[in-house]
Design a protein around this ligand. Structure first.
Ligand SMILES: Cc1cc2nc3c(=O)[nH]c(=O)nc-3n(C[C@H](O)[C@H](O)[C@H](O)COP(=O)(O)OP(=O)(O)OC[C@H]3O[C@@H](n4cnc5c(N)ncnc54)[C@H](O)[C@@H]3O)c2cc1C
Length: 485
């Protein structure tokens, strides 16, 4: 019995402690659990029953088997940076934390792949291979702390995903603990387009509702030969967003094409990494091109020409790597920077066709005026992935609800112009109801049937991703079950 020193009489706490190796691998007291009552979506808070810290796949499988046999709800947690509430224990779950499973298992430069444990932090992978001339492309702004397991669950994106694709384009194989405790491997040898259904694609982005990822084989890339980064300042948002559309229509694919509006600029300039953006500017574009060194200058010249046609006020090219890194720090810490100008903020995550940028930004502005809440926009403009940041003060009664309402209206605008309600942060609990903006009841029901195949008792991360079924869908299901029996 390893569970000595446990100050609980709860048999499940004692048994789980036994599975993961004792008192130092489990939290169960209220003061410890408070740190796990939410993730980056801080509006909802719920305490878990316990948090366990397995050290390997077998311990994860044993915990899952125990939970399944004892009807205990459970979920996986990486770094807890998710912005849609995916790691929030809505049902008093046992949280299975991945932070002790953080090894870089192997690097195979010849075949350009690496194998990591799920708790391995995203940026550490690039840092571990950069001296050999390689990197891992998906670069969420949270990459200095989020885990690759969490990235797989959310199909995370990032600034450079415009050219290189999101997480799913870089996953070659997964080891997964199924909700009954069985351990399976998919895409073992990284064979492209292997026969059978694309289970890698299905698990990636399933928001921790189909299984727990315990090992990941990823693709790694050779560093580009050349790189150049520019900042372009515009006196109105319309010109800035038209420039984005024009750059892509001209056939140029920058590695990154990011935009911030005036409120966002106020935030980033007030926070830890100011770069001296002009205070009166309405929009800034951060544009990076990379590839074969010989073509870089030509692409930059084409981009500058497009910006000039759209009345750019000023363009600056990074003079050295230090300046470039500073610009990226200014952009990548943009969400947190909102804390410098607002006590609270809600990050939204809609996608729109790029050509609709000016119209959508105008409508978001209207939502801001009507709600009486400021909305900053920091986003991956090149792929139409918007992040309206609704600024509010949770201490003022009713303001959190107004922020949620304003965020939801922003997503409705995205859906109405032919876009969708999430580009990279997932649905979680935050956007469950908004799924109805883009799917019919039948389409939602069909997706929940997929979940039931993998997670039939819904003990794993229940209450996420889908809205509660309408009565009409429930009746259809009952009729189907009766017809089968
Ligand atoms: C400042 C900031 C900037 C951000 N910028 C970006 C960005 O640019 N792009 C982007 O895509 N996201 C961004 N995010 C969101 C977040 O960082 C990503 O969603 C990230 O992938 C979450 O990783 P995590 O380790 O924190 O996962 P967690 O938050 O711990 O978990 C997220 C979800 O994944 C599930 N999960 C975690 N680990 C596993 C596992 N091993 N197996 C199965 N399911 C698992 C959880 O149950 C939960 O549903 C940002 C967040 C912050 C706070």
């Amino acid at each position: 019995m390893k569970a000595k020193n446990i100050k609980s009489k709860d048999k499940h706490i004692l048994n789980l402690a036994d599975i993961v190796g004792g008192a130092s691998s489990i939290l169960y007291q209220k003061e410890d659990l408070l740190a796990y009552d939410c993730d980056g979506f801080t509006i909802h808070r719920h305490l878990p029953k316990a948090v366990v810290f397995p050290k390997d796949t077998q311990e994860v499988a044993d915990v899952v088997k125990y939970c399944a046999e004892n009807d205990l709800p459970f979920l996986a947690r990486g770094a807890g940076t998710g912005l849609s509430g995916g790691a929030i224990p809505l049902n008093g779950e046992i949280i299975i934390s991945m932070v002790r499973m953080k090894k870089l298992i192997s690097v195979d430069l010849e075949n350009r792949r690496a194998v990591v444990e799920p708790g391995f932090v995203n940026l550490k992978l690039t840092n571990s291979i950069s001296d050999k001339g390689y990197y891992y492309a998906p670069d969420p702004s949270s990459q200095y702390c989020c885990t690759i397991g969490g990235n797989v669950a959310e199909n995370a994106g990032g600034a450079h995903c415009l050219k290189y694709g999101v997480t799913t384009n870089h996953i070659l194989g997964l080891e997964v603990v199924m909700p009954n405790g069985e351990i399976i491997e998919i895409g073992k040898d990284g064979i492209p387009d292997a026969p059978g259904y694309d289970l890698l694609g299905l698990i990636t982005g399933s928001e921790g509702t189909l299984g727990i990822v315990t090992k990941i084989t990823v693709r790694i890339l050779k560093n580009p030969e050349g790189k150049q980064t520019v900042l372009a300042y515009f006196d109105n948002v319309e010109d800035g967003s038209q420039a984005v559309s024009d750059i892509i229509s001209a056939g140029i694919v920058p590695a990154a094409l990011e935009m911030m509006d005036k409120t966002a600029i106020e935030g980033v300039e007030a926070a830890a990494f100011p770069v001296g953006h002009p205070k009166d500017i309405e929009a800034v574009l951060l544009i990076e091109v990379d590839g074969i060194a010989a073509g870089i200058d030509e692409q930059i010249e084409q981009i500058l020409e497009v910006c000039r046609m759209r009345n750019v006020r000023e363009v600056r090219a990074a003079r050295n790597e230090e300046e470039r890194a500073r610009w990226w720090a200014n952009r990548k810490t943009g969400f947190g920077a909102m804390g410098a100008i607002s006590p609270d903020y809600l990050v939204q995550d809609g996608v729109i066709p790029r050509s609709k940028l000016p119209e959508v930004l105008r409508r978001i502005n209207q939502i801001s005026e009507e709600s009486g809440l400021r909305i900053a926009n920091i986003f991956h403009a090149g792929d139409g992935n918007l992040h309206p940041l609704v600024l509010f003060d949770a201490r003022i009664p009713g303001e959190s609800e107004r922020a949620l309402e304003a965020g939801s209206l922003c997503l409705k605008v995205c859906a109405d112009v032919g876009g969708t309600i999430t580009g990279e942060h997932g649905v979680g609990i935050e956007k469950r109801e908004e799924m109805r903006f883009v799917f019919t009841e039948d389409e939602i029901a069909a997706q929940t049937e997929i979940r039931e195949v993998f997670n039939p008792r819904n003990l794993l991360n229940a209450g996420k991703l889908f809205p509660s079924p309408s009565r009409c869908v429930e009746i259809k299901k009952e009729m189907k079950a009766q017809a089968i029996s």
